[in-house]
Design a protein around this ligand. Structure first.
Ligand code: C2E
Ligand code: MG
Ligand code: MG
Ligand code: MG
Length: 280
């Protein structure tokens, strides 16, 4: 039985196999267990309005709690899951989890904030994304306006017509879209006026040393200026210190995320964090 042996192979994983290929093999075969065995967790990282210092939304980020390997970061398993197609199940899990958490929020009488979920090109290629989203929103009675999907430019530039169709379909219902890791992808920006994109998330690589790196200062300033003139929101990613936050405020960046305010945290912690931060 092939199924059985692949499951067993996880237990027989030896240290000498810790090479990239072995890792990929491990991930692809173990992810099924991760989903079925409820080893996935969703963390939330607050998104801050730089003018008011209030939390205006959160980004959902997946963690894999493997029984032997401990916590595995998405950077380690998402690409393997994309390659095997299993990302579709992970995305479905993340969407359902986020929507049920949002319903909890509402019950606890916490003010509505938007939740952003990362979705991949493979999710669009599968064609199932709009249905999965609509069903989860409906089941949990969540307004589509509270949901944002983070996509990279690879999604926008995919040839398949039905990618555009799906974005449109979700857009019409009120789901919004953010371009993640903006500035690292393509130089053709014409799509910004063609697609209804609400937000640009400025890639964290530009923010690392912004206070002293003039080159990056110019890049970030032009992204902010451009997004403003196109009436698109901007979010700076990976802000780790006050110096960077100050620079962003001075240069009219509207929102930011980063360890400076909060690391991604579990739902219960977030509830407390929200109560503390948005009450004054
Ligand atoms: P991303 O969407 O660009 O998310 C931002 C990443 O930066 C997150 O890493 C976050 O924890 C990290 N980060 C936030 N603030 C700071 C900071 O101040 N400093 C530093 N150094 N890092 C910061 P994470 O959670 O490891 O996720 C990595 C990537 O994996 C994400 O990048 C996203 O592309 C992908 N990902 C995460 N969860 C999912 C998921 O459920 N589905 C899909 N398709 N991709 C996911
Ligand atoms: Mg993201
Ligand atoms: Mg990013
Ligand atoms: Mg990303």
């Amino acid at each position: 039985n092939v199924e059985q042996s692949t499951v067993n192979s996880v237990c027989y994983f030896e240290p000498y196999m810790k090479i990239k290929e072995a890792d990929k093999y491990f991930y692809i075969h173990a992810i099924k267990g991760a989903i079925e065995g409820e080893q996935l967790r969703l963390l939330y990282q607050p998104k801050i309005d730089l003018n008011t210092n209030k939390i205006v939304g959160v980004e959902a980020l997946t963690r894999w709690h493997h029984p032997e390997r401990g916590v595995i970061s998405p950077g380690d398993f998402i690409s393997a899951a994309e390659e095997s197609g299993q990302i579709v199940d992970i995305t479905k899990w993340a969407i359902n989890q986020a929507c049920s958490d949002m319903a909890q929020w509402r019950k606890a009488d916490i003010e509505d904030i938007s939740v952003a979920i990362n979705v991949s090109l493979v999710d669009f290629r599968s064609g199932a994304l709009p249905q999965i989203i609509f069903k989860a929103l409906n089941t949990n009675q969540i307004s589509p306006h509270l949901l944002e999907l983070e996509i990279t430019e690879s999604v926008i530039f995919d040839d398949a017509d039905h990618v555009q169709e799906q974005i449109h379909k979700m857009n019409v219902k009120g789901v919004s879209f953010a371009i993640d890791d903006f500035g690292t992808g393509y130089s053709n920006l014409g799509y910004l006026s063609k697609f209804n994109v609400e937000t640009l998330k400025i890639d964290q690589s530009f923010l690392k040393d912004i206070a002293t790196n003039f080159h990056n200062q110019h890049i970030v300033k032009s992204i902010i200026k451009m997004s403003k003139s196109l009436h698109i929101e901007n979010v700076a990613e990976g802000v780790e210190d006050e110096e960077t936050a100050k620079w962003l405020r001075e240069n009219d960046c509207s929102m930011a995320q980063g360890y400076h305010w909060a690391k991604p945290m579990a739902f219960n912690e977030l509830v407390k964090f929200l109560e503390k931060n948005n009450s004054h």
